[in-house]
Design a binder for this molecule. Structure first.
Ligand code: PPS
Ligand code: ADP
Length: 570
């Protein structure tokens, strides 16, 4: 057993139970007995924590932020139906969270109250509300254990989503190892993951979970990671090609402790998810929700650094936070991220009558992106240029986005770290998508060394709109060409992190076209690209006459033997 495995096994935490006590008098000795039995039960090592007596919304939100299962303790018949309603409304506010009520009441009162809870829950559209009666302690512990497993099981539904793991601890020792709760998806050795908010891409060397079984959502796992990155508790590890967003300014909904009044001028700290990492935050535009005063306050928050978030997610740790007074550390409110405040906030998508198809039809073409990827000097720019000339001559509307040029303008703030390259490609992909929406045939010529970012670009576009062209020249050939003298500099050690020398290039596995530029000429390669577009019916889509003239112009290429023109991969 490695030190990492030993450490992971020792620190495997039990399930967390967040208890909201409706009456406020604390759990009776019988309830404590039930919890005691549950803590040592084969149905899970549940550890309970009593939430502070505060508003139900605040309390439940705090529990979900910690990723705990929510349990409401009802121990007086007079706890009243209004209070119960408050809890159910809070659960609805949080978005149909699984919730259990533990009824420490006489049997007939418990039965009536249980029926009432279920009726009200159904009226509010809550599907996952359970009631458990505290009768005989052993039986109650068993029923509660099964209920909790069922509630946890709901979370296993998240297994199919993209990976989301919040880092709770960075383990000391050699290499980079982190521990955190698997919130969604799965993770396996060899996978590329993206650390957020930094955007760094790392490779998973080993996953140490519970025993030898595959870790499930809710499990705490330890990841042994390959790569160099600054990781802190609170960071999020996500699927490399399906990351969540990061932002530093949000519209939020706040639920305050009844005794507190918030002020915009005070110093606040925010804690997102269960990782307990506090961030300085500036509260702005604090106001009541006039349309729905019962749902707390609305505010705009600006953090000192971006955080990974997913307001639309059902995962509490990616959208629920607690707010603390900076001076005392006291928690004064809980809240939910509603949306990021980008420059374009308050702008809503509008159905437009002139859409991509209409624009493309006017141009008589089928918009797409020709994504050229390959080593520096492989021939991306040369070939993309020639292809654009050919398409232009055929009356097609094009635009060429070239690495060197974009880096002088839109992306002048980006260097060549993994994260900067990823952001470079993300922005280019977004721009290309807009241009496709405008009806253009877009050509991009970027090294784009990582598969994940190229996949991201592919997924931004509709089926068939992304044509990946692998401009494949062996490193030795590209290096010998050394168009800009950069390989020589890199070999002399004057240029660090140069692709192919000391920075990686991940060749496409299934490109639409592979061009071996060490064999054919640039002209032949350009013809092959046009031939592919023709073969796919992507040129001259507007009218039959254009289509015929395009085909006539490229007849020699279409019939060229394989030896002369590189052919698309099957
Ligand atoms: N460290 C390092 N690694 C690779 N390339 C470097 C580097 N530093 C500068 N250059 C020059 O930048 C061009 C590549 O920019 P890209 O935007 O295409 O790169 S990336 O794919 O986003 O990583 C590339 O131009 P091309 O040869 O046209 O690809 C290089 O001229
Ligand atoms: N078959 C070929 N395809 C493309 N370029 C070629 C080919 N054979 C030789 N070259 C030369 O290789 C160099 C490629 O440079 P460039 O297009 O700038 O590459 P990159 O896009 O990777 O930066 C050019 O000088 C070009 O003339």
């Amino acid at each position: 057993m490695s030190w990492l495995q030993r450490e992971a096994a020792e620190e495997q935490p039990p399930g967390q139970l967040w208890v909201h006590d409706l009456g406020g008098a604390g759990p009776s000795w019988r309830v404590q007995g039930v919890f005691e039995l549950l803590a040592n039960s084969p149905l899970g090592r549940w550890r309970w924590q009593l939430g502070e007596a505060r508003s139900p919304a605040l309390s439940l939100l705090e529990g979900r932020r910690r990723s705990a299962q929510l349990l409401v303790l009802v121990d007086e018949p007079s706890a009243g139906y209004t209070a119960l309603m408050g809890v159910l409304q809070a659960a609805a506010l949080l978005g149909n969270e699984p919730l259990a009520f533990l009824l420490d009441l006489s049997e007939d009162v418990a039965r009536k109250m249980g029926a009432h809870i279920q009726t009200q829950a159904a009226a509010l559209g809550l599907d996952h509300v359970h009631t458990v009666w505290v009768g005989e302690m052993e039986a109650c512990a068993q029923q509660l254990g099964r209920t909790l497993l069922q509630m946890t099981g709901l979370r296993a539904a998240f297994l199919s989503g993209p990976l989301r793991l919040q880092v709770q601890a960075v383990l000391p020792g050699a290499g980079l190892a982190v521990r955190g709760e698997l919130l969604q998806g799965s993770v396996a050795p060899g996978e590329r993951v993206r650390l957020l908010p930094s955007g760094q891409v790392l490779v998973v060397r080993a996953v140490i979970g519970v025993g030898n079984s595959m870790p499930l959502c809710g499990d705490v796992v330890t990841l042994d990671l390959e790569g160099d990155a600054e990781v802190e508790p609170g960071d999020l590890i996500s699927a490399a090609n399906d990351p969540v967003e990061s932002e530093d300014e949000f519209q939020v909904r706040l639920i305050c402790d009844g005794r507190q009044t918030l002020s915009e001028t005070a110093d606040w700290q925010l804690c997102l998810g269960p990782a307990q990492r506090l961030r300085r935050v500036h509260v702005q535009e604090l106001r009541a929700d006039e349309q729905d005063p019962g749902r707390g306050l609305l505010a705009r928050l600006r953090l000192d650094a971006p955080v990974a978030f997913e307001p639309s997610s059902a995962l509490g740790p990616l959208r629920m936070f607690s707010l603390h007074e900076a001076a005392s550390g006291r928690s004064v409110a809980a809240g939910m991220l509603v949306s990021p405040c980008r420059a374009a906030s308050n702008i809503h998508r509008q159905a437009v009558s002139i859409d991509k198809q209409a624009r493309a039809a006017l141009k008589g073409q089928q918009p797409c992106v020709l994504w050229f990827t390959g080593l520096s000097g492989a021939g991306k720019s040369t070939i993309a240029n020639l292809v654009e000339q050919r398409l232009h001559a055929l009356g097609q509307h094009t635009y060429l986005l070239d690495g060197d040029n974009v880096r002088h303008g839109l992306n002048r703030d980006l260097g060549f770290s993994d994260a900067a390259r990823a952001e470079n490609i993300r922005r280019v992909a977004e721009v290309a998508k807009l241009m496709v929406d405008a009806g253009l045939i877009v050509l991009t010529a970027f090294i784009s060394p990582f598969r994940a970012e190229r996949d991201l670009a592919r997924h931004l576009l509709a089926e068939g709109e992304f044509v990946e062209v692998f401009v494949d020249a062996p490193l030795a050939v590209a290096e010998q060409r050394d168009v800009k003298g950069l390989y020589r500099k890199a070999r002399r050690g004057e240029l660090k992190g140069f692709t192919g020398i000391d920075a990686p290039y991940e060749a496409p596995e299934h490109p639409e076209l592979r061009l071996d530029t060490s064999r054919g000429t640039a002209d032949m390669a350009a013809d092959a690209v046009v031939a592919l577009l023709l073969a796919r019916g992507m040129l001259g889509a507007g009218d039959a006459a254009t289509a015929a003239s395009v085909r006539a112009a490229f007849a020699p290429v279409l019939h060229a033997p394989a030896a002369q023109a590189p052919q698309p991969r099957a």
